[in-house]
Design a protein around this ligand. Sequence first.
Ligand code: SAH
Ligand code: SF4
Ligand code: F3S
Length: 452
Amino acid sequence: MIYPIDSTNNDRQYKTVFFETFGCQMNKLDAELSLGLLQEDGYKIVDTVDEADVILFNTCSVRQHAEDKVYSHLGALKTLKQKRPEVIVGVLGCMAQKDGKAIFKRMPHVDLVCGTRMFSRLPELLLKIQSHGSHVLAIDENQIVNVKRAVTFRPNVYQAFVTIIRGCDNFCSYCIVPRVRGREISRTIEDITEEVQSLISHGCKEVTLLGQNINTYGKGLPGNINLGNLLSVLNGLDGLERIRFVTSHPADMSRDVIRTISNLERVCEYLHIPAQSGSDKILKDMRRGYTANYYRELINYTRECIPRMAVASDFIVGFPGETEEDFQETVRMMEDLRFHNCFVFKYSPRTGTKAAELEDNVPDEVKKARNAQLLALQKTISLEENRKLIGKTVQALVEGVSKSVAQRLSGRTRQNHIVVFTGRQEMVGQLVDVMIQEVTDLTLYGTIASAT
Ligand code: SAH
Ligand code: SF4
Ligand code: F3S
């Protein structure tokens, strides 16, 4: 049920908002857009729940663990709600879309459940609770997200995420994302360019384009548009230094687009292209639409075209029916392809997906052991690869003062390494050359060679 929204009542009593985000970059960007809207509506963002009139969680459903975390955070608010019943507690995002009004049943102190396509109406929804009371449900699947972005409200002036395609049409058998995010909708090149241009005029130097499956960008738009066309247009924008894009799907990543990218100097050499498994049997059951050999050849082709390309991947261990031999094929893929970095997840059955109908028959200890083995292997590979950079000079976009080592700056290379180095505070936001002296598997350390 969707409550009719009455936006005529502007007599708002709520002034402060606490916001916490779980999940992927897409969710983080939606959080930023939501907070931009709330700030424009006069809300002040606060760092603790105790200072807040409104408490919002932007949630994730991709694995059970992500949901458990949110429910435990919500449970912890029960006492606060007893003491201050006027506080509004809201659940936004993917878990809100998936669980809907069941959230009110499990957590009656929650006032608002707002799905993945309704956050642009947050200010009105909060007013609605104020005038009509609790348990407002807004999970309309037909709503098209269209947010006028407040480009001045960003965590980092020099970098920005920009959604170019929402939803996913892929239905990988284990994945809940298409159910909670809906069908694919691409934004037009004009719309995206306008947003990026506005970001540039507010100091942005690096954009990361976001989509669950970025390679199908353009489907449904007039004029046979693809990701290569969009990247070519953005590559020509003055003032923009770097362009990144995530996440790529191997079955939809065309060689044509790879060749296009190889000629675009502002597109960074970083490709996040999850393989998920090295076993053909598991890939088939996952409905990924490619074989291990296809994936290997795609990566090899990419590296031939763009030799400096850093390739990152995701793997799921313990998918139903994954034998030791299947797992060893994943290990071999990781050993052979030497990824830049990898995210490894234990399979988590999601109700409503195809794979949830299969028996979750890999014991948790085995999932844990496989997970640890892959992470350890990747750590060794990353360290070996990073060591090759000692004595070399890399370009970094300076992001700020290092978290771990006081008085040092940190930034990112084009290949997405974190780099920590001595430098001056005024270098933040600039592109600098850093000479690498030491490395770990996760971080490069060096000194400034020159500011460009
Ligand atoms: N759209 C992206 C990311 C999807 S979610 C893509 O297609 O790659 C991010 C990662 O979570 C996936 O790449 C996958 O490795 C993992 N994942 C998704 N569903 C999962 C599940 N049910 N259990 C464990 N990991 C999962
Ligand atoms: Fe999920 Fe597959 Fe879509 Fe990625 S491509 S979001 S893994 S269904
Ligand atoms: Fe999670 Fe939703 Fe992203 S389920 S991974 S927050 S799209």
